[in-house]
Write a protein that binds this ligand. Sequence first.
Ligand SMILES: NC(=O)c1ccc[n+]([C@@H]2O[C@H](COP(=O)([O-])OP(=O)(O)OC[C@H]3O[C@@H](n4cnc5c(N)ncnc54)[C@H](OP(=O)(O)O)[C@@H]3O)[C@@H](O)[C@H]2O)c1
Length: 258
Amino acid sequence: MLTDRVVFVTGGGRGIGRATALAFAAAGARTVVAARSVDQVEAVAAEVVQAGGRALPLVCDVTSGSSVASAVEETGRHFGPVDVLVNNAGYVESAPLTRVTDETWNRTLAVNLTGTFLCLRAVLPSMVERQRGRVISIASTAAEIGYAYTAAYCAAKHGVLGLTRSVALEVAAKGVTVNAICPGWVDTGMTEESIARIVRTTGRSADEARATLEAMNPQGRLIRSDEVADLAVWLAGDAAAGVTGQAYNVDGREVAPS
Ligand SMILES: NC(=O)c1ccc[n+]([C@@H]2O[C@H](COP(=O)([O-])OP(=O)(O)OC[C@H]3O[C@@H](n4cnc5c(N)ncnc54)[C@H](OP(=O)(O)O)[C@@H]3O)[C@@H](O)[C@H]2O)c1
């Protein structure tokens, strides 16, 4: 159980973030549900409370240092310092590299990579001071191998893994672990958008597009959000105290270790 922990989940309003917030709350943690859409973070926090847990919905844009700082301060006032940071907020668009606009490049890097950096920098001093902390970043198999037409996303997620490995070493002797989870295709709104994009650009049906994504996983299926969430809960627990600087694939072995 994680009853004495304060968990801060970015992108907690839907998809993997929602499942992660619910899983941590079910494990007894006080859970902050942070994202930009107020209706979504409030809905997830209400679900947590409905299930008997404790949650704080916060509007937070991870691309803004001041927004992240305010959310971390508000967490401190309400629940106390953050013990577990789950960097889950993410954004993807697909296009051939020569059609990637400055705006898409900057936004993709800002949400996935800079957002992870800003949240880490905001919570790490207190974790180090208290010799207690867990950071779990939801990266992607796109952090480990390249995929065509998503160069900005792959670059950003590769960066998340580099950040994870580097910071893990910096704080290894300070009671803080830093790890990443690399899912394959997960059954969320982000994947639904990818399916819609494949339909638009190839003329395939939605069922065919979904089957193509499922076939990328040797298990022939999409990963469920709760599979990712449960691994995050394990990484935050006492049993994972010796695990740091690692990337865990949840992908049915879509990616073989190099
Ligand atoms: N779905 C997949 O197949 C898959 C596979 C591998 C890895 N992942 C990664 O898993 C994570 C979650 O993905 P998902 O599938 O659950 O995506 P999703 O359903 O699109 O949810 C993304 C979440 O990120 C939040 N977000 C986006 N921009 C933000 C910002 N600037 N500040 C704060 N929050 C922001 C969104 O909320 P607002 O828009 O309200 O801010 C939303 O809550 C992402 O990092 C994604 O890259 C997903």
